[in-house]
Design a protein around this ligand. Structure first.
Ligand code: KG4
Ligand code: ZN
Length: 359
């Protein structure tokens, strides 16, 4: 069966088409339109603009995906060249449409949902609503092209979900029920990365920028530090699995202020701050994850969401978690928001409910 999936929860307009069978799937198309350039002047996602961009980009990305999947209807033109057209009122090119319903920016989500509903009506196919965070968890099984498998994994499964909006530890038990065993009490870790990047005058989106600066500084470990910089690890030893990143972010704000503002901070000190911030944030994530694995006897660890692209997080998780636990990260290109993960989640919903026959 073919599933078309749509993701518009934040600032990426994404549409994929997957050909799924009972054993796994094949990527027929995977396209997205990033709005980064539109939001750079605002230093973050500007929701009204994001909604407008989704409305403009959805038909374009749909066309590109139908073309890539070779599912477009070609019509003869006066020039004799085939021009693609959406398959309106024709036999549907897909069997179902999966769409992100939340969590995310409400006006952005509605653009995707309304677009999906219109298509579903036109093509007379069912709509499968997908939770964005569930999508992130399942991103670890995807591939951005070619064939992929959705294997059975050993339970209990612990998921560390780290994005711009969420920081959660979710436990999937043997009976497939799940429980959020810990989460941030204030800022999400990606949000803290983005806000600290802004304080350091780095462009949006800040996470990869901080990470790049920190990684370069880490490689020059032998180089003498110009200042002794030490940031807090909030809630590191709290007796639960919650996180807090707001105090860490504020500590950077005070540090920058005490150094007489970002204009007075040279690039070497900036890199030192980025490194100490990244070390502190990742230490909090990894410490609690390790504790949770031990407490619940998790057999599999999934690390997903935009921040899962962070190389230091990957290295530290691998170091801290023993070889007995299988660790799964999203493949390159699937850590951040994408529609492929939404397609996989839609497929598993269909499989679980048996609503559509898998061919
Ligand atoms: O999952 P995602 O694409 O969107 C949300 O659902 O929020 O995550 C985006 C977040 C942003 O905060 C971005 O700065 C962060 O992921 N991010 C990173 C890295 N790449 C993306 N944070 C730290 N290191 C990275 N390499
Ligand atoms: Zn996300």
């Amino acid at each position: 069966m073919k599933i078309l999936s749509i993701e518009t929860s934040c600032d990426d307009t994404c549409i994929s088409i997957l050909e799924m069978s009972a054993r796994g799937g094949k990527v027929l198309a995977n396209n997205s339109n990033s709005q980064i350039q539109v939001h750079i002047p605002f230093g973050g996602v500007y929701p009204v603009l994001a909604k407008r961009e989704h409305a403009k980009n959805l038909p374009v990305v749909l066309d590109a995906s139908l073309m890539q999947a070779k599912l477009h209807k070609k019509v003869p033109t006066s020039k004799g060249v085939g021009i693609p057209t959406a398959s309106v009122g024709e036999k549907s090119p897909v069997d179902a449409i999966a769409v992100t319903y939340g969590p995310g920016l409400e006006m952005c989500l509605w653009e995707g949902i309304t677009f999906a509903k219109d298509l579903a009506k036109k093509w007379n196919v069912p709509i499968i609503p997908v939770n964005h965070m569930e999508g992130h968890v399942l991103s670890v099984f995807g591939k951005d092209k070619g064939k992929f498998k959705v294997p059975k994994i050993a339970t209990p499964v612990l998921s560390l979900l780290v994005s711009g909006g969420h920081t959660q530890l979710v436990l999937v038990k043997k009976d497939k029920t799940y429980e959020i065993i810990g989460e941030t009490v204030d800022d999400a870790v990606g949000e803290a990365f983005d806000k600290v990047a802004r304080m350091l005058d780095l462009p949006y989106p800040g996470g990869p920028q901080i990470s790049k600066l920190a990684e370069e500084k880490r490689k020059r470990a032998a180089q003498k530090n110009l200042l002794p910089i030490s940031l807090p690890r909030p809630m590191l030893h709290s007796k639960n699995f919650n996180f807090s990143f707001s105090g860490l972010k504020t500590a950077v704000l005070y540090l920058v202020r005490d150094l007489d503002g970002i204009e007075k901070i040279d690039d070497k000190i900036k890199a030192q701050i980025a490194l100490e911030f990244e070390n502190a944030a990742i230490e909090c994530l990894v410490y609690k994850t390790k504790k949770a694995i031990e407490k619940y006897g998790a057999k599999t660890l999934i690390v997903a969401g935009g921040v899962a692209a962070n190389q230091h997080l990957k290295n530290e998780v691998k170091k801290a978690v023993g070889k007995k636990v299988k660790i799964l990260f999203p493949p390159k290109g699937l850590a951040g928001d994408n529609s492929l993960m939404i397609g996989i989640a839609g497929y598993l919903t269909i499989k679980a409910t048996g609503n559509l026959k898998l061919r």
